[in-house]
Design a protein around this ligand. Structure first.
Ligand code: SAM
Length: 247
């Protein structure tokens, strides 16, 4: 082969590749900036405007790339004021509800937290930035596997995902400083209450149908196993399936 021709061909190919790569990099940077703008607006107009005040929660919601937790066809809507499909007939919760539940849980930097209902892994990622360790349980195996892969590849190394029935909790890691349930059981699961530390809090939507659910905060006394609960707002979550429904 003529060395000069080989050089010229490579030169043209290399130049084309460089142009494609720089165009892609410019497009990616622009999309990232656009997602940042959308996140900023989401926190201001959907979350802070409805009364969520905890600065730590607002900061995490502003930083966390929610678009990477939804399927590609829903990414453009990732920062809108609604839940979105994540496959297997399940949803990632509305951003305001994620922020409100996180604020109600009050996770502290040294805390160990349990989530029931991993779904996409987004709520677990939010908690991982506010607590020391997050354990999360998902009953649908493909969702649990996808969430575990996603959380690992994005660097949320203090989150452990388990496939299983959240009604049973995670006894090997109990007791927990906080428990958050992101699917609605008809009644408060007793195993979860038992796995809550004294002085700990549980945030859970409770109700038999999606028209009667109440978001509840339950607090265990610091000195006994006495529980005090209160209703926060009416909500609509997917039902918690698993053990009680088999009875
Ligand atoms: N927290 C999720 C997120 O950030 O994407 C959204 C949760 S989605 C509203 C509710 C999830 O709870 C679904 O993925 C569903 O499969 C799961 N689920 C329902 N019953 C469950 C159970 N008994 N144990 C564990 N997960 C359960």
């Amino acid at each position: 082969m003529n060395p000069r021709k080989a050089f010229t061909n490579c030169g043209v190919r290399c130049l084309a590749a460089t142009l494609v790569l720089s165009a892609w990099a410019a497009w990616a940077a622009e999309s990232e900036q656009e997602f940042e703008r959308l996140r900023e607006a989401m926190v201001r107009d959907q979350i802070a405007a409805r009364g969520v005040k905890d600065e730590r929660v607002l900061r995490v919601m502003r930083d966390l790339p929610r678009h990477l937790f939804v399927p590609p066809r829903w990414q453009a809507q990732a920062y809108t004021d609604k839940p979105l499909p994540i496959g297997e007939e399940q949803t990632i919760s509305q951003p305001y509800i994620v922020a409100l539940m996180t604020e109600l849980l009050r996770p502290q930097p040294g805390d160990v937290v349990l989530e029931v209902g991993t779904g996409s892994g987004y709520q677990a990622a939010v908690l991982s930035r506010l607590a020391r360790q997050v354990y999360t349980i998902e009953i649908i195996p493909p969702l649990a596997q996808d969430a575990a892969r996603r959380l690992q590849s994005l660097g949320y190394s203090n989150v452990q995902v388990r496939t299983g029935d959240g009604y049973l909790g995670w006894p090997e890691q109990a007791p927990f400083d906080g428990i958050i349930v992101t699917a609605a059981p008809p009644e408060i699961p007793p195993a979860l209450l038992a796995q809550l530390k004294r002085g700990g809090r549980m945030v859970v939507p409770v109700g038999k149908s999606d028209r009667t659910q109440q978001l509840m905060v339950l607090e265990k006394s610091k000195t006994s196993d006495r529980i005090v609960g209160r209703n926060v707002i009416p909500v609509r979550f997917v039902p918690m399936v698993g053990q009680p429904s088999k009875k």
